[in-house]
Design a protein around this ligand. Structure first.
Ligand code: PEP
Ligand code: MN
Length: 360
């Protein structure tokens, strides 16, 4: 008899659980609808004043036995979960999201297919200094059977008194070397006003760490008919990085490569802290190819090889590193660029690694 009474009470609880479940789902659907209306109006989804009003009204109507404190906790949980569901939906709806497009995007730079499973390498000097300097590095790249050359004509420097790059003259040098060697040019553009003119000289628009949230530049690059290599900001979260890429793709350009280049932390042993886990996260969250820049992330020549191996092992689609014929006299990043001999050794060792190890 007592057992039967307990069974009946349990059945009642099961029934109530089901009712609560249905109501929570119904409520979530209504909140999602509100979210869509707010999105159209451009209004922020989270409204703390409305949340407080709802909690106050619930407390007022509460006839017990549940204490008000616990009631508030339960409803805050319900409010929070509805918001989280909407945030997930928003993230999944991004054009760069893998949820939206499950297949990998392959970026094609003059026939080099980036993101097709075998890593792409982007090497070259930090800054374009002279035709001879760029050519020396380009010849070494070409001799390795590689196709891409980097070099900055516009250099965003910490100090306004440091070398700012050769500008248009630098782009012309890159173009000349490209014409002579067949290598594709990756170079940084720092302002929308340079972009159109630069497009005649380059193959990939690099957007640097300092400009990751230069939204006008992102939008312009999104309207350009050239692939974009977007570097992660110095202190940008992965979410901010993904949204920066969304600015580009939202304007129609889906030929985007992401580049992890280290973030600013308290650690001083390296120039920045290479966030190696960003690579698999970005590959999970987006369909875009992901590079690792081992030069700017470490700032140390002795770490270029181990971090490049790590990048490849963790599934990066490409590696970027700086090479200069005579780093001691380089006008920027003198301490961390490889000379040609070091470059040869670095690349040979990396190839050995790739031939003997599987990526994840
Ligand atoms: C660069 O690659 O030339 C450069 C300036 O790097 P970052 O924007 O990552 O600092
Ligand atoms: Mn540099």
């Amino acid at each position: 008899m007592r057992q039967n009474g307990l069974d009946e009470l349990r059945r009642q609880v099961d029934g109530l659980n089901n009712q609560i479940l249905n109501l929570i789902n119904e409520r979530t659907s209504v909140v999602q609808e509100i979210g869509r209306v707010k999105e159209k109006q451009g209004v922020n989804r989270y409204d703390p004043i409305r949340e407080r009003e709802m909690l106050n009204a619930l407390v007022q109507s509460n006839k017990g036995p549940i204490p008000n404190g616990i009631l508030e906790q339960i409803f805050k949980g319900i409010f929070m979960s509805a918001l989280e569901i909407q945030e997930d939906e928003q993230r999944n709806a991004l054009l760069v999201s893998r949820k939206r497009k499950p297949e990998d995007t392959i970026v094609n730079v003059n026939g080099e297919e980036i993101g097709n499973g075998s890593p792409t390498f982007v090497f070259g000097p930090c800054a374009v200094e002279s035709y001879e300097q760029v050519l020396a590095v380009a010849q070494s790249i070409k001799a390795k059977g590689l196709t891409m050359l980097r070099g900055g004509a516009y250099k965003p420097r910490t100090s306004p008194y440091d070398f700012q790059g050769l500008g248009l003259e630098g782009l012309k040098i890159l173009k000349r070397v490209s014409d002579e060697t067949g290598l594709s040019i990756v170079t940084e553009i720092i302002t929308p006003s340079h972009l159109e003119e630069a497009l005649d000289y380059i193959d990939v628009i690099q957007i640097g760490a300092r400009n990751m949230q230069n939204f006008e530049l992102l939008k312009e690059a999104g309207m350009a008919n050239k692939p974009v290599l977007l570097k992660r900001g110095l202190a940008a979260t992965i979410d901010e990085f993904i949204h920066a890429a969304e600015y580009i793709i939202s304007k129609g350009n889906s030929q985007i490569m992401l580049c992890e280049r280290g973030i600013r932390t308290y650690e001083r042993a390296t120039r920045n802290t290479l966030d190696i886990s960003a690579v698999p996260i970005l590959k999970q969250e987006t369909h875009l190819p992901v590079f690792v820049d081992v030069t700017h992330s470490t700032g140390r020549k002795d770490l270029l090889l181990p971090t490049a191996k790590a990048a490849i092992a963790v599934g990066a689609d490409g590696v970027m590193a700086e090479v200069h014929p005579d780093p001691a006299v380089a006008l920027s990043d003198a301490a961390q660029q490889m000379d040609i001999k070091q470059f040869d050794e670095f690349y040979a060792e990396l190839q050995r690694f790739m031939n003997t190890h599987q990526t994840i």
